[in-house]
Design a protein. Sequence first.
Length: 364
Amino acid sequence: MDPYKVLVVDDSAFMRKIISDLISDHPHFVVAGTAKNGAEALEQVKSLSPDVVTMDVEMPVMNGLEALSRIMAERPTPVVMLSSRTSEGAMETICALERGAVDFVQKPSGSISLDLYKVKEQLLHKLEVAVKAKVGGHRAMRKAAPKIGLSATEHPGGRKSDPHPASRRSFRHLVAIGTSTGGPRALQAVLTRLPEHFPAPLLVVQHMPPKFTKSLADRLNQFSQIQVREASDNEELLAGVAYIAPGGWHMTVQERDGYRIRLSDAAPRAGHRPSVDVLFESILPLRKLKRHIVLMTGMGSDGAQGMKKLKDDGAETCIAESEDSCIVFGMPRAAIALRCVDVVLPVEDIAAKLVQVTAEPGRA
C-alpha cells in the first residue's frame, strides 16, 4: 500500500519541521508538501491532492478557519486541526469542527510547542482515522449552520425562556446521546432542530478534552432553542436542557431529590473519560423514565455495550446514526452489530424522531 500523502500547514517554519518529522516517522504517511498560510494551503490541496491536511488556525494572509471553509467548498479533504489550549483556541477549534475538520490535536504548550512529541501518537492515530473519514456533502450541517454573533441567551427564533420553571422539573422521558469523531457537527444537526419546550433532559457524552466541552456547549447554546450547557456536579436535570459531559470527567445520573448529575474523575473506561458506556449504565436503574438512547458518529465502540444493556432492560428507543451521514461509522456500527438498535437514521432525521417518541398522547 502506498503511504498516505499529508500536507502540513503552519505559519512557523520550526513547527512545520517538527510536525513533518513526527509524521515522516510513520510508514503509513509521507509529507507531500508544506504551506505557511491558508492561501498556500488551498493551492497545495489543489495541486498535490493530499489524503489529509494538518492545519494551524492562526496564520497570516488567510487563517486556518477561512482556508478550511475554502477547502471544504472547493476540494473536500480530511483536515486535522492543531489547536492551542487557551479558551480562545478552544472556541476556534469548535468553529473548525463545524466547518468540516475531522478532528483536532492540542498543542502541548502553545503555538510554538517544542514538546509536540508528547502528542505524537495521538496525532498519528487521528491522521489514520481522518484519511478514512468522509468529508464534504454533509447536507445536515449546511442546513443547520450557525448564525455568528448571537448571545448565549438567544437563538434564531428569539430569546429563550426561563430555564428553571417548575414545569421543567417534571418529566417522563430521558434522552442520552453518545458521540466522538465528527460529533460536534452531528450534535449541532440534532440539538438545533429540537423545539424550545422539548419534554426531556438530554445527557450528552462527546469525547473531547477539558475546556473544549465548555466551548462546545456555549457554541451549541448560541443557536439552539433548547438550553445547552456543560454539566456541573449535583446539577438537577430539567426538561428542555442538554447537558454536555465535561472533558476529563465521567458523567452519571442519580435519582436523589429529583434526578441529578454526578461527575467523577474515576479511571478512564477503554481510554475514555467521559465514557458513553459509563453514562448509559448509570441510567439503567431509572426505570420510571422512558429512556431514549442515541449513538452517533465516532471511532471505536464506546456506548454499544451500554446501549445493549439498556435495550435488554426495556429502554424505549435505541437510535443509531446511519453510515451515510457518519463521519466515522464506528460506534453506531458496533451497536448495530449487537442487534440492540431499533432504528437507523441519517443525522438530520434524529431530532424529529426524538420529538416523535417523547410526545405524550393527546398533546401536539
